[in-house]
Design a protein around this ligand. Structure first.
Ligand code: 3PG
Length: 209
């Protein structure tokens, strides 16, 4: 199975995107890309996820496209057929994980407890999403989880922004952080792509500070 984690880790930030209108997919992804973010998690929180994955994959080849908030095998299948390179689930969904493993598709399931980490380990997975990060104990919890599970790497999301990103990124078991802070809903509704590009640049700048 090809791993995209190195590429995600190099970028350091994964925007968690909800496409409100079908035609937003290209300009929104382009704004992120212009802002220096070349990875995107298109979530199944809107009916436009599959078409957005397809549009971005076809029209912005420099963008690494994954599908997020994948809650069923059907969605995982649809996402991969549309061009998604990886699948992210908010919780530990055994059926989705098994489908991905059976089809050589990279999957980062969500976990927030030691028991869920062990479920992932029992299926051979060591690259996981930590969700919802802030309300599950934040960076402190991830630090504590690194003691028994030193070989497990996380992508925390949920409540992360430029102020607290370094709490996570400074941990050796964190590969990248995810979130929607560079694309707040009001900017997406207003189709303020320049604003999203500026926030993306600011996010990358904070990452390097
Ligand atoms: C996710 O699914 O990863 C989160 O909903 C993103 O969290 P945020 O909107 O608090 O950044």
């Amino acid at each position: 199975m090809e791993s995209y984690m190195n590429r995600i880790s190099n970028t350091g930030i994964v925007p968690v995107v909800k496409i409100l209108e079908k035609e937003d997919a290209y300009p929104l992804a382009k704004a992120l890309l212009n802002g220096g973010i070349d990875v995107i998690e298109v979530t199944y929180r809107s009916e436009h996820a599959t078409s957005a994955i397809q549009t971005i994959s076809e029209q912005l080849p420099d963008m690494l496209v994954g599908a997020g908030t994948v809650l069923s095998v059907e969605q995982a299948k649809e996402a991969v057929e549309a061009g998604a390179k990886f699948i992210i689930t908010p919780g530990f969904n055994t059926k989705v994980v098994q489908w991905c493993l059976d089809h050589d598709v990279e999957v980062y399931p969500g976990v927030s407890t030691a028991s869920e980490v062990e479920m992932a380990l029992s299926m051979g997975l060591t690259q996981l999403k930590f969700f919802p990060a802030e309300s599950s104990g934040g960076a402190k919890k991830l630090k504590d989880l690194s003691a028994p599970y030193a070989n497990v790497h996380f992508m925390p999301t949920g409540g992360i922004n430029t102020k607290n990103m370094h709490d996570y990124l400074s941990l050796p078991n964190v590969e990248a952080i995810g979130g929607s802070f560079m694309l707040p809903n009001d900017l997406v509704v207003a189709k303020d792509w320049d604003g999203i590009e500026a926030l993306s640049k600011a996010a990358i700048k904070s990452l390097l500070d």
